[in-house]
Design a protein around this ligand. Structure first.
Ligand code: ARG
Length: 621
């Protein structure tokens, strides 16, 4: 087994230790998790295996004895030195320099070592999820950028990915908005999203009947004026709702004029969504829109199928699904015959698993919808709609994200208490990025000194967007975080601009050395140079780079983009240490070329990783 077959040392060590443990214990390799981890302290080697501690007891052995036997059995030819057993039974592993160099060289192509997942089924990512006639707010930022990142990671792993933007484009709120617009005599050809949003809100308000308030006023013996006033308000509200219901029926029946207006307000909303997607550097276009309306003809079948399977029952005229383990039922048809958000989502799961043939359906939606998705997913599992064409169970996951908070640690609002629109937030971020970049360019030593305004603004935009996206993606998805542009846009610390800067700096080192840096990340600049990794900092950087494929796979498994962010920080830090300790430009050949090749690989891993986060890598900063 002399030549490593993988570019990932952890995979390679896992493989070889598995065989050894299997031989020592006489069990199948699948049952022998060698627990290979990067070592916490380089003095103890590069990696360690903790298997002996985990497996000794069950096999009636002392951990140290088991560790010795594993070490005697393991074949590490061409990969690592003879391991040391330390402490209670840790196995410390140090890779051979030649093995590191050859793995690194084989990673140095378009793949950067990332292994394609060959699976027959696709992956669906439910992202963005805007509502028609409503402006995008900060919640949509998260649903859009986290979803885009997850989709990019699966695409990078060679998977067929369906990005599904499940628009709220159907139902009573839309009908109410259409009525309000008609009454106001609005021109739908020139209307803006802000106007639509205002119509939507006034329609919501006019439809809000305060029945409880009226009952309380009567019970408390409020004056006749107050009661009459409330009665009148409630009467208006009921009338507004009744009118909207009539409009909805007409829309559902395909009334030509209404359908035309409905399409116009969708178009108006989506124009802004697609513009925002461009600003955010997110892959999201009309081909990804499949809104609630798409499922409208499937809803009655959904209810019938649940009734037929005995999983749904009538309850006071309404139809509900009940669960064996909880009291909360899920309403799937109202007593007036109307369907619900949940009914649509049941139809959507079925479609995504069975027609789009996805074995994983990932919902990037606000964590507050947890109960909704639990109910929908459980119902689909009960009825068997989570089975792909070949009968495999698809994994349905709600990747619920936390809230974006203001400096007061409360959900982010404007000064006047309104929701912050995404458009205004991004405009501010871009402005901050631009002023930061322009200010730096005044320094004659800055690589951006002398660039023209257009170039500076393009870099500034990339920096501002990177700041916002990285700050969001670098935390565990479920966590709330405080939106703090000052911190996010800084070129230092755990920020997007810091990683972008690290990338641009390496690029300029390569250019100074006269290396022709290809524009695409895919092309290695120095593919034939022999790598020598004698210095500890070189070795450390090399090992960090070799971890890249494992990190990408890990993000796909855990759905946590923060792991990629943390990794890119480690690459930037390992590169800094390397550059501090190992002269590049002033060193002699062949060291100089070897180091330049390390620079080029570092640059491409950073750019590729940023690309998976949906963050651009400017050439100069
Ligand atoms: N439009 C919904 C909302 O604003 C989000 C849609 C999420 N996706 C889904 N399949 N339910 O809450």
């Amino acid at each position: 087994m002399p030549i490593p077959t993988s570019t990932d040392p952890v995979r390679e060590l896992d493989h070889r230790f598995r065989l050894a443990i299997s031989e020592v214990l006489g069990i199948v390799p699948e049952a022998c998790d060698p627990q290979i981890r990067p070592s916490g302290d380089p003095r103890h080697g590069d990696y360690q295996s903790n298997a002996a501690m985990a497996l000794a007891k069950a096999n009636g052995l002392k951990p140290r004895d088991l560790a010795d036997r594993i070490v005697a059995a393991v074949d590490l030819t061409g990969l690592a030195e003879v391991p040391e057993v330390a402490g209670p039974g840790f196995i410390n592993i140090r890779l051979e320099m030649g093995a590191i160099a050859s793995m690194l060289a084989s990673m140095d192509d378009a793949s950067l070592g990332v292994v394609r997942q060959n699976r027959p089924h696709g992956v669906t990512v439910d992202l963005c999820g805007v509502n028609v006639a409503k402006q995008m707010h900060v919640g949509h930022l998260r649903a859009t950028i986290i979803g885009d990142c997850i989709a990019r990671v699966f695409e990078r792993l060679g998977r067929r990915v369906h990005r599904e933007n499940h628009l709220g484009d159907w139902g009573l709120p839309i009908a109410m908005t259409l009525v309000a617009l008609q009454e106001a005599g609005a021109n739908l050809d020139t209307i803006t999203l802000a106007d639509l949003n205002a119509a939507y809100r006034s329609a919501q308000a006019s439809g809000n009947a305060d029945e409880k308030g009226l009952a309380a006023a009567i019970a408390n013996g409020c004056g006749p004026h107050r009661i009459a006033e409330l009665e009148a308000q409630n009467h208006d509200a009921r009338a507004a709702v009744a009118q909207a219901k009539a409009t909805l029926l007409k829309l559902q029946a395909g009334d030509i004029e209404l359908v035309r207006d409905w399409k116009k307000i969708i178009e108006c909303t989506m124009r802004e969504v697609f513009e925002t997607a461009v600003t955010l550097n997110v892959v999201l276009g009309p081909e990804h829109s499949r809104g609630e309306s798409f499922y409208r003809d499937r809803l009655s079948t959904v209810v019938e199928d649940f009734m037929e399977s005995g999983l749904a029952s009538e309850d006071d005229g309404a139809i509900v699904v009940k669960y064996p383990d909880r009291d909360r039922p899920m309403l799937i048809r109202k007593s007036d015959g109307g369907f619900l958000y949940a009914t649509t989502d049941l139809a959507a799961v079925r479609f995504r698993v069975q027609e789009l043939d996805s074995e994983r359906v990932i919902y990037v939606v606000d964590a507050r919808q947890r109960d909704h998705f639990k109910d929908v997913f459980d119902a689909c599992r009960m009825i068997g709609w989570d089975r792909t064409s070949d009968g495999e169970r698809a994994e349905l996951v709600h990747l619920g994200f936390g809230a974006v908070l203001g400096p007061d640690k409360r959900p982010l609002k404007t000064r006047s208490g309104e929701n912050v629109t995404l458009a205004s937030l991004l405009a501010e971020a871009v402005a901050r990025g631009e002023s930061e970049v322009c200010a730096r360019s005044t320094d004659p030593d800055s690589p951006t000194h002398g660039l023209d305004d257009t170039e500076l603004h393009a870099i500034g935009r990339a920096v501002g967007i990177a700041a916002v996206k990285y700050a969001d993606l670098s935390l565990e998805v479920s966590r709330d975080y405080v939106f703090d542009l000052d911190r996010m846009v800084s070129f230092q610390g755990d920020t997007g601009p810091y990683i972008q800067y690290a990338h641009a700096r390496i690029r300029s080192i390569l250019e100074k050395a006269g290396v022709e840096v290809p524009f695409e990340i895919e092309s290695p600049a120095l593919p034939d140079v022999t790598l020598t990794l004698g210095e500890p900092a070189e070795r450390d950087l090399a090992l960090t780079l070799l971890a890249y494929p494992g990190v990408v796979a890990d993000v796909a498994r855990t759905l946590e983009p923060s792991r990629l962010c943390a990794y890119l920080q480690r690459v930037a830090a390992a590169f800094s240490a390397f550059y501090r300790e190992c002269p590049v430009l002033k060193s002699e050949e062949p060291t100089r070329s070897s180091r330049l090749r390390l620079c080029d690989l570092s640059r491409r891993v950073l750019a590729d990783g940023l690309g998976l986060l949906g963050i651009e890598s400017p050439r100069r900063m």
